[in-house]
Design a protein around this ligand. Structure first.
Ligand SMILES: [Zn+2]
Length: 474
């Protein structure tokens, strides 16, 4: 029997506001425990939360970017549960009236675009953190009250690859929007997955398991792969799948049951009486819309059209906004933007990856890439010398023209000088000439190599090849 997996994801994104959602405490990551707290986020009695307007604007931004319906009227609700890192005994979230509904995330998978439908996106506060140590458990409330947007997809994904591409796309978009840094390892982007399987062709959903604790794209993929196999094996052996929450155990590479449905929480949601409903008018939406930058997909499409880039190259260049901006600065006014893109993708990214650095760290100014391409295009240096110049540029941040002058790397195009050099080489290598004349035409490579050695790679290869062919045939 063939099976099909049905996957829905719940993604929490931590917003890059300066202050928390209902108080003016800082959201900075990594401070000493319990230093970014006040009576509001500590859940003291008698205090009142005040909504951070920026959170609503970030939600509107995301809603616009993902074609969601922006609800003009939405409301906060209390989600009641007990946990040591939740001092109020409830989390302020949204329930029956979320700020955003519908919309979709467009992912690129198997060579085409696919829309992953969203159910809803709502605003909520984060809880604190419980830290378990050998001598006991500790609670850090710096994170309590940090704003989150929870994005709930419809159960419309069918493979672990689709799920991870969905996450990567969200990460790219929220980073472009500047509303979240998308760092899964630090927990600023978190993901839970609902997964069930069913016989292929069946339309009814199977019993689902909820997976938690996956803190990288790779782990999401692995956990889903494991869970699909586990569920299929269970069904085939006649076992019944129970609805439960399972934790991904990264070290063991398996998912483990955490709690069953019978123990599942009953949250007793009700509208939060301390907060007024959120009213959004068209004018507010229009104002926020003006701040939405060109998004990765549109940008990639424009790069293909405007600069004649290959599909795949445009995708890589637009993965990070900083890289896309770098490319555009470099390609601006260039006669050969394709070559600019090649230098960035192969050489610059190659060097940066090797050194574990990002585009923001490079010493090379974008216009230097354009200059380097120009120097090669106008024949001042050869492509091979270009690599030497690039290396120097990467290490020192100097301008390519400067490096070429300083190191005397200008290409030798003086036909007469090259001809004289070739005459000498031919004279000194009668055996190789013999070989060439006996039909071993690839011996020409040896002669080219000799000329390049003599000129330290500076001879114009086209001229060298032309003269060599003429002389050797003659
Ligand atoms: Zn506070």
């Amino acid at each position: 029997m063939e099976y099909e997996a049905v996957i829905g994801l719940e993604v929490h994104i931590q917003l890059l506001t300066k202050t928390k959602i209902f108080c003016s405490c800082s959201t900075d990551f990594g401070a000493n425990p319990n230093t970014h707290v006040c009576p509001v986020c500590l859940g003291m009695p008698g205090v009142l939360p005040v909504l951070n307007k920026q959170v609503v604007e970030y939600a509107i931004k995301l809603g616009e970017a993902l074609n969601c319906k922006i609800n003009r009227f939405s409301r906060f609700a209390r989600k009641n549960y007990f946990y040591p890192d939740l001092p109020k005994g409830y989390q302020i979230s949204q329930y029956e009236l979320p700020i955003l509904e519908g919309g979709y995330v467009e992912i690129f998978i198997d060579g085409e675009y696919k829309k992953i439908a969203l159910e809803r996106i709502h605003m909520e506060e984060d809880a604190g953190k419980t830290i378990h140590k050998a001598d006991g458990s500790y609670v850090d409330l710096n994170r309590a009250g940090v704003p989150l947007l929870e994005m709930v997809s419809m159960p419309v994904m069918h493979t672990p690859q689709e799920a991870s591409e969905y996450l990567r796309t969200i990460r790219r978009i929220v980073r472009y929007l500047g509303i979240c840094d998308g760092n899964m390892e630090e927990g600023s982007m978190r993901c839970d997955a609902n997964i069930s399987i069913r016989p292929k062709g069946e339309t009814k959903l199977g019993t689902k398991a909820e997976l938690k604790n996956m803190n990288s794209f790779k782990h999401v993929e692995k956990a889903l792969e494991y869970e699909i196999e586990r569920q299929i094996a269970a069904i085939e052996s006649g076992e019944k799948i129970v609805q439960e929450t399972r934790l991904w155990d990264e070290k063991a590479g398996i998912t483990k049951s955490m709690r069953s449905k019978e123990e599942a929480f009953e949250y007793r949601y009700f509208p939060d009486p301390d907060l007024v409903p959120i009213l959004i008018d068209d004018e507010w939406i229009e104002r926020v819309k003006k701040d939405i930058p060109e998004l990765p997909k549109e940008k990639a499409e424009r790069f293909i059209k405007e600069y004649g880039l290959k599909d795949e190259d445009a995708k890589i260049l637009t993965d990070e906004k900083a890289l896309a901006d770098y490319f555009e600065k470099a390609a601006k006014d260039s006669k050969n933007p394709k070559s600019v893109s090649n230098w960035i993708l192969s050489e610059l990214l190659g060097h940066l990856n090797r050194d574990g650095k990002s585009i923001e760290d490079t010493l090379i100014k974008p216009e230097f890439i354009r200059e380097l391409v120009d120097l090669i295009e106008n024949g001042t240096i050869s492509g091979k010398i270009g690599k030497t110049v690039f290396k120097e540029m990467y290490e020192t941040g100097k301008a390519p023209k400067h490096i070429v002058e300083e190191k005397g790397l200008v290409q030798i195009t003086d036909t007469k000088a090259i001809e004289e050099m070739i005459d000498k080489i031919i004279q000194n290598n009668p055996k190789a000439v013999e070989q060439y004349k006996s039909g071993k035409k690839n011996t020409i490579g040896f002669f080219v190599g000799q000329v390049m050695k003599e000129t330290k790679g500076k001879a114009n290869p086209k001229i060298v090849n032309e003269i060599l062919a003429k002389k050797l045939e003659g």
